[in-house]
Design a protein around this ligand. Structure first.
Ligand SMILES: Cc1cc2nc3c(=O)[nH]c(=O)nc-3n(C[C@H](O)[C@H](O)[C@H](O)COP(=O)(O)OP(=O)(O)OC[C@H]3O[C@@H](n4cnc5c(N)ncnc54)[C@H](O)[C@@H]3O)c2cc1C
Ligand SMILES: Cc1cc2nc3c(=O)[nH]c(=O)nc-3n(C[C@H](O)[C@H](O)[C@H](O)COP(=O)(O)O)c2cc1C
Ligand code: SF4
Length: 646
């Protein structure tokens, strides 16, 4: 076997596991009224079936009387025996496929309270500002309230054991538990505050309460932040001390991750960040204590994971998002089918959607969250389908249509499949996107369909071919404002430059600081180009970038010394640079050797408009960027929905 250490059967305390692979907690928001649904349970079952060793459930609330927050994420609650049935359904489903499951119990939310409930002020270890509403503060928990939280915590753990869970995961990261542990948030003067030992009392009391309810020997995993990732937050040295103080308490494993809600991308790293962000810190803790360690945070290269285990840097490999993109990656890696693994592109859409109270969804795996609909079945009425355009949308549609047994022809105007994926995948930090592109091309190549490159679909071609169904996925093309000088030799398109940058000199102005402009700037810097300036009409840059990704992108632009000028509209391109004007009409000249246009994309919908009113085909659909230029998630989900409906 290629990865003997990863697939070595092992244990966490008394718990026997089939391998060292852990599904890190990942809340999908697939609950209804804070209860697991079929949608949620089938999502987990698919991962169990895919070969994971241990699943750690996402956040579960042990009580909602003292601390009923957060209100928007729909975390399940386990506070009475009446709830057991939902949890048992989950546990039994997972066990059926040989995986084990721990429950992530969080003793409260504290300063991470979200939409406020009237008459229920958020409570914290101390009076501290709410992260999301800094003008509001938590009220300090009374000792009686702390006692109630601890009792509920243990009771919930007992219920979890009755429901069939294999281990209790004590969640002391970011939420109330971490707030008690950390001097930056815990300013109490009683036995729960002050010294580290005192700040740990809440954790010790929770552990004791769990033990009273589950008994000795029942596996316990403690989840801690390695460091918080902001000035004044906890640093690694103190986490090592915490781990040492936990050692006598018979903890069976530690789950260690860097970050906090204040440094969210350290916890859930973006494409712009390095792989394995938490590994070195976790290793420092592992060396200091004799407790097995689970680490996660942008780990997906399986060879790298095997090496980390062999070098003793960690005992278990945790992953969250790679299980979203591919529930079966462990089985694929174990059986030598690694090329079949669909990797995560680290785009943050899945978590962004949870934060905005939506069901989580994935940019590259449209089946995530739809496992409950069952496996893909063959169409009873196979159609002759023509897919026009071989970008993300067209390839995804063709893939699912072919799986459903339709007679599919995929036609692509250019000589290559991929569309904008070809450009998006170029920068080194987009290696996940490159893997996705290669994976998608391989998938369509290996399915029964006809693929024709260098074949633009036209109205005449459709009339000649006479498909029953036409799917138009002709994507988008760059939009370029027609100002004086725009035809000059010193003007280049960002999309073109990403695939052919070699002849470029330093001193570059990029007009348009949305995702494409910003990423082009980072890419050119990566290629050693100097003095790069981003210009945008809007007052701030990267406005089209989702919240969960934007901070990380801005930090990277700053780190790479990309200059920014905002509130400036392009007026003219000259032989020595550009002329821009601000909102008051004041003009400014900016010198540059090359002007890169990243001023957006426009829908390429002419084929659809030509055909939509003609009766050449029975059904015609428009998907992806040719509806409006957007993102992979839109292209892929529209493609999936259409393909599954035909
Ligand atoms: C540089 C860049 C970086 C990006 N980065 C990201 C990112 O990080 N995350 C994200 O979510 N989104 C990103 N996007 C947006 C994303 O790439 C698009 O939303 C998505 O690829 C759209 O896919 P599509 O298949 O609809 O269109 P396209 O990718 O435009 O594909 C359309 C295809 O149709 C072909 N075609 C056109 N007309 C015809 C015809 N008549 N007959 C046959 N074929 C035809 C084209 O040649 C092309 O191959 C990026 C875009 C760019 C330009
Ligand atoms: C959609 C999503 C939901 C998450 N929900 C939780 C959660 O409920 N509890 C938790 O401790 N961590 C949660 N996390 C963090 C993950 O457990 C993990 O630490 C992080 O995603 C980094 O691992 P990865 O790079 O393998 O995704 C979540 C992450 C994602 C992407
Ligand atoms: S949405 Fe993006 S970050 Fe989340 S699992 Fe899918 S590819 Fe990865």
């Amino acid at each position: 076997m290629k990865y003997p250490k990863l697939f070595e059967p092992t244990r966490i305390g008394a718990l026997e596991l089939r391998n060292r692979i852990v599904l890190s907690p990942a809340h999908t928001n697939f609950t209804v009224d804070n209860k697991y649904t079929d949608r949620y349970i089938e999502y987990y079952k698919e991962r169990a079936k895919g070969g994971v060793g241990l699943i750690i459930s996402a956040h579960v609330m042990p009580e909602v009387d003292v601390d009923p927050y957060p209100t928007t994420f729909g975390y399940p609650t386990l506070d009475s025996a009446a709830e057991i049935k939902y949890f048992t359904e989950l546990v039994e489903g997972v066990h059926q496929y040989g995986a084990k499951i721990a429950i992530e119990l969080s003793p409260g939310t504290g300063r991470l309270a979200d939409e406020l409930i009237e008459g229920k002020p958020p409570l914290g270890p101390s009076e501290i500002p709410l992260l999301l509403m800094p003008t509001m503060k938590t009220q300090e928990l009374t000792k009686e309230e702390i006692r109630q939280l601890i009792n509920s915590y243990g009771k919930s753990a007992g219920l979890a054991k009755r429901a069939g869970f294999d281990a209790i995961y004590i969640h002391f990261l970011a939420y109330l538990g971490d707030q008690f542990l950390s001097a930056c948030w815990n300013h109490r003067r009683d036995e729960y505050g002050g010294s580290l030992e005192n700040r740990m009392k809440f954790l010790r009391d929770c552990i004791d309460s769990v033990r009273e309810n589950v008994g000795e020997g029942f596996p316990l995993i403690v989840g801690l932040a390695l460091d918080h990732g902001f000035p004044g937050g906890r640093e690694l040295e103190e986490t090592i001390k915490i781990a040492k103080l936990l050692e006598p308490l018979n903890i069976d494993a530690l789950h260690l991750r860097r970050g906090s809600y204040d440094a969210m991308t350290l916890l859930i790293p973006t494409a712009y960040m390095e792989d394995g962000v938490s590994v070195d810190h976790a290793h420092q803790v592992k060396k200091a204590v004799n407790i097995p360690v689970i680490v996660d945070g942008k780990l997906s290269d399986i060879g790298h994971c095997e090496a980390l285990l062999c070098e003793g840097k960690t005992d278990f490999i945790g992953m969250a998002r790679p299980f979203i993109t591919d529930p079966h990656w462990p089985n694929k890696a174990r059986t030598g089918n690694e090329k079949e693994i669909l990797h995560c592109i680290r785009c943050m859409e899945c978590i962004d959607r949870v934060f905005f109270a939506k069901y989580s969804a994935c940019s590259v795996n449209p089946e995530y969250g739809r496992e409950y609909k069952g496996p893909i079945t063959k169409s009873k009425n196979p159609q002759k389908v023509l897919v026009a355009g071989g970008g993300a949308a067209g390839m995804t549609a063709a893939r699912f249509l072919a799986k459903r047994g339709h007679d599919v022809t995929l036609m692509e105007k250019s000589g290559q499949l991929g569309g904008h994926l070809l450009e998006a995948a170029v920068p080194s930090y987009k290696k996940g996107t490159k893997q996705y592109l290669q994976w998608l091309v391989r998938q369509v190549m290996n399915l029964p369909m006809e693929i024709k490159l260098n074949t633009p679909v036209t109205a005449d071609l459709v009339a000649h071919m006479q498909p029953n169904v036409l799917i138009v996925s002709t994507g988008s093309t760059p939009f370029v404002p027609q100002v004086a000088g725009i035809e000059g030799k010193n003007v280049r398109l960002a999309t073109e430059l990403l695939v052919n940058y070699r002849d470029l000199e330093d001193n570059i102005v990029i007009v348009g600081a949305g995702l494409v402009g910003c990423e082009t700037a980072l890419f050119l810097r990566e290629k050693g180009k100097k003095n790069i300036t981003l210009i945008d009409m809007l007052p701030v840059i990267a406005q089209d970038v989702i919240f969960m990704e934007r901070g990380s992108l801005l930090a990277e632009l700053e780190r790479k010394e990309i200059k920014q000028k905002t509130g400036l509209q392009l007026k003219e391109v000259t032989s020595t640079g550009i002329v821009v004007k601000d909102e008051n009409g004041k003009e400014e000249s900016i010198k540059a050797n090359t002007i890169v246009m990243a001023t957006g994309l426009q829908a390429n919908d002419s084929l659809f408009n030509d055909l939509k009113d003609k009766v050449t085909v029975d059904e015609i659909y428009k998907i992806g960027d040719c509806v409006a230029p957007r993102k992979f998630i839109d292209a892929v989900h529209e493609a999936y929905t259409v393909a599954m409906s035909i």
